[in-house]
Design a protein around this ligand. Structure first.
Ligand code: PGA
Length: 249
C-alpha cells in the first residue's frame, strides 16, 4: 500500500526574522529532490513571509485555527482567511493546545470540520501522557481522541486528513518512543480509523512526533505504519530539517 510521506516542521512560538532568513539561506540550495512532502507551520504572523520564501518547495501551514469563519472572536484565526492567504494546512489537537489551552475533543471536532470545509488540509494530533501509558490506557485514549473529533468528518480525498501520533512524554524531552512502540500505536490508530465512516485507514498517512531528529528518523520511517514525522526542535535548523527531508522512505 503506498501512502504519502511527510516531514512537517512545527515551529511553535519560535523563530525571528533573522532566524527565518538564515533557515532559508541554508535550506533552499540543498533541499533538492526530497522523497517526502516538506511542510512547515510557523507562527501565524510569519505565514506570508514563508509563503514567499518556500514557494514551490515547502507548503506552509498554521498551528491552530478557529472553528468559526468570521465575526466577533477577538484574537482568533479564521480558516477561511488563512486559506485565502495561501495557507495549505492546519495542525489541530497538538498536546500543548490540549494541555495548556484546554482544547477538548468536542471543540476539536468543530475545528477539524470547519478547517476541512475551508479547504485546509488537517493534521490531527493524538497521543497519551506518561501516566496514561503507565496505567495501560493508550488504546482507550487514542480511541477517545480519534472518535471524539473525527466522527462525521467529510473528506474529498484521503490526503486531506493526516494523523500525527505524538506521545506527550516524548515531546521536547529527548525521549523518543522506540520504533516498535510507535509502530504499535500507529497500528492501533489505523484500526480505530477503520471504525470511522468516510475515512480510509489504509491510505491515511500517520506521522510520528516526539523528539524526532536526523539520528532516529530512519528507524522510525522503516516501520510499516509510520508515514513521516511531525518535528519540533529539529525542524528549526535548516541542516537538520534537510537531513530529515532526505530520509529514505
Ligand atoms: P519535538 O516536538 O520534536 O521538539 O519533540 C514535536 C511536536 O511537538 O510536534
Amino acid at each position: 500500500m503506498t501512502r504519502e510521506h511527510y516531514i512537517v516542521g512545527n515551529w511553535k512560538m519560535n523563530q525571528t526574522l533573522e532566524g527565518i532568513n538564515a533557515f532559508f539561506e541554508g535550506l533552499l540550495p540543498k533541499l533538492g529532490n526530497s522523497p517526502t512532502h516538506n511542510w512547515i507551520a510557523p507562527q501565524a504572523i510569519h505565514i506570508p513571509l514563508l509563503l514567499k520564501k518556500g514557494e514551490g518547495m515547502i507548503k506552509i501551514g498554521v498551528q491552530n485555527c478557529s472553528y468559526e469563519t468570521q465575526g466577533a472572536y477577538t484574537g482568533e484565526l479564521s480558516p477561511v482567511a488563512l486559506k485565502d492567504l495561501g495557507t495549505d494546512f492546519v495542525i489541530l489537537g497538538h498536546s500543548e493546545r490540549r494541555a495548556i489551552f484546554k482544547e477538548t475533543n468536542s471543540e476539536l471536532a468543530l475545528k477539524v470540520k470547519q478547517a476541512l470545509k475551508s479547504n485546509l488540509k488537517v493534521i490531527y494530533c493524538v497521543g497519551e501522557t506518561l501516566e496514561q501509558r503507565e496505567s495501560n490506557q493508550v488504546e482507550q485514549i487514542l480511541s477517545e481522541q480519534l472518535l471524539g473529533a473525527l466522527c462525521g468528518v467529510e473528506l474529498d480525498s484521503s490526503k486531506d486528513l493526516i494523523i500525527a501520533y505524538e506521545p506527550v512524554w516524548a515531546i521536547g524531552t529527548g525521549k523518543t518512543a522506540t520504533p516498535e512502540m510507535a509502530e504499535e500505536a500507529h497500528a492501533i490508530i489505523r484500526k480505530k480509523l477503520s471504525e470511522i465512516e468516510n475515512i480510509d485507514p489504509m491510505t491515511t498517512s500517520i506521522l510520528y512526533g516526539g523528539s524526532v531528529k536526523p539520528s532516529n528518523i530512519e528507524s522510525l520511517m522503516a516501520m510499516e505504519n509510520i508515514d513521516g514525522a511531525l518535528v519540533g526542535g529539529a525542524a528549526l535548523k535548516a541542516e537538520d530539517y534537510i537531513a530529515l527531508c532526505n530520509t529514505n522512505c
